[in-house]
Design a protein around this ligand. Structure first.
Ligand code: UDP
Length: 454
């Protein structure tokens, strides 16, 4: 009988908050299933991840319970793929020289934004999984780029010709061309970067044995049909048991907001958070602050350093009295709290996955890239939220904020659909008890595949 080898997976993440958090949770869950994980990130991000865990370790290291964090030099994000590939290859060879036969790295999970790691893995004869931080629908859109060009719907640079609504398959909802992620910016350079990045999905997907997404089959059945080798392993909500483990935050979480939430009435608080990248201009920030005050409700607002482009953040009296402002929240725990009534969000995919299991409706404030299509999922497909409309000046006004909060909270239809979504098999498992049963099947399946070394 062939000896069952214990899998050892190397996970490599792009150095951005919305990438590191879900990949760290994938790593933690694989470790829960007995898989050994080496998590690779750039030096500056690595140092943030291990801060707070180093007291019993040699400086800057984390190596516990089959999870080890290691770093490669900064600069990954600057696109020097060849040099990064060489560093990674050397790192894997070095790890494998030091590991026993049973524990050599046998698989690489690479963030789509570090797709070149799949080439390295292929060269070394390892199994390969690509991880996308987006919805499966966005992966499907990117995989369709060659066909869209061939059918004369977009040109070689992603610019649409005439057609506005694109139907990727008979069962998939039609997608407005403006919601293809590279069309979600007016900046031509950024558009080029995002289109180039989307185009890489095809190259990466061809090299991957599996495509992993923080999503689940019942949520995106038609999109899953369009992506070969898809393994939707979400929602990647962290187990509440993870106390002395890195979960991937770059900023320290302010847990005082949980005690503050305990003091608020059930279903009363507006939670406001725009993820790790979105920026509001000063006028918009002020308008939001006044809009939140006008609602008269308690507000928990994450104002992370860099959220505004100015240095004049002031809060109206009513908001200061009834609100709690924090730099960074333990978002998943916040969303699970019974006091939360709704979530004003930039529609980042991770934030959406954080929310669905806890029955919280959304007020959508998309900012960038896939967030516009994510908003369409929320408002038009799943119908569990409302969009905040901009005025002619491009600003979302205080009156719009006040009236949409009231409309959202009074909308019975949205409440019913949220409950329906919550009872989806995966999400139902999330609320009782952690670690979620819903994660077990695909991750067990995945861990099992990894054990059969190819
Ligand atoms: N997040 C958090 N605390 C906060 C705000 C955000 O832990 O105060 C986490 C959230 O749980 C999610 C990530 O930061 O995992 C943000 O990812 P998302 O895709 O929503 O947005 P991005 O930052 O990529 O724009």
């Amino acid at each position: 009988m062939m000896k069952q080898l214990l899998p050892h997976v190397l996970v490599i993440s792009f150095p951005a908050q919305g990438h590191v958090m879900p990949l760290m949770e994938v790593s933690n869950k694989l470790v829960d299933h007995g898989v050994k994980v080496t998590f690779v990130n750039t030096e500056s991000i690595h140092n943030k991840l291990v801060a707070g865990f180093s007291s019993n370790e040699p400086d800057g290291e984390y190596d516990h319970n089959r999870l080890r964090l290691v770093s490669i030099p900064d600069g990954l994000e600057k696109g020097n793929e060849e040099a990064s590939g060489k560093l990674l290859e050397d790192l894997i060879r070095k790890i494998n020289e030091n590991e026993g036969e049973d524990e050599k790295v046998s698989c690489v999970i690479a963030d789509l934004a570090t797709w070149w790691a799949l080439e390295v893995a292929e060269k070394l004869g390892l199994k390969r999984a690509m991880f996308s931080t987006t919805s499966v629908a966005v992966v499907a859109m990117s995989l369709h780029i060659p066909k869209l060009i061939e059918d004369g719907i977009i040109d070689e640079e992603g610019t649409p010709f005439e057609e506005e609504m694109i139907q990727l398959s008979p069962t998939m909802h039609a997608i407005h061309i403006d919601e293809f992620i590279w069309n979600c910016t007016d900046d031509p350079n950024m558009r080029k970067v995002i289109f180039g990045f989307s185009s890489i999905t095809n190259k990466a997907a061809k090299r991957a044995n599996w495509i992993l997404c923080n999503s689940f089959l019942e949520l995106e059945p038609a999109a899953c049909d369009l992506v070969p080798n898809i393994l939707p392993i979400g929602p990647l909500v962290a187990s509440t048991n993870r106390v002395d483990q890195p979960v991937g935050h770059f900023l320290p979480e302010d847990s005082t907001c949980l005690t503050w939430l305990d003091q608020q009435p059930v279903n009363s608080v507006i939670y406001v958070a725009f993820g790790s990248i979105a920026v509001l201009n000063q006028e918009q920030f002020n308008e939001l602050a006044h809009g939140l005050e006008l609602t008269g409700r308690p507000v928990l607002w994450v104002v992370r350093p860099g959220l505004t482009d100015g240095s004049m953040n002031t809060y109206p009296d009513g908001l200061r009295e009834k609100g709690k402002i924090v730099n960074w929240a333990p978002q998943q725990k916040v969303l699970a709290h019974p006091s939360i009534a709704c979530f004003v969000t930039h529609c980042g995919w991770n934030s959406i996955m954080d929310t669905l299991g806890f029955g919280v409706p959304f007020l959508c404030w998309p900012y960038f890239a896939d967030q516009f299509h994510n908003k369409t999922y929320i408002c038009n497909i799943w119908k569990i939220g409302l969009n905040l409309d901009r005025g002619g000046n491009g600003i979302i006004s205080r009156d719009e904020i006040k009236s949409k909060v009231e409309e959202l909270i009074g909308d019975e239809g949205i409440r019913t659909r949220i409950e329906e979504i919550k009872t989806m098999k995966k999400l139902h498992a999330l609320v009782i008890p952690f670690p979620a049963q819903g994660h077990v099947i695909p991750l067990m399946e995945f861990s099992h595949c990894l054990s059969e070394r190819g």
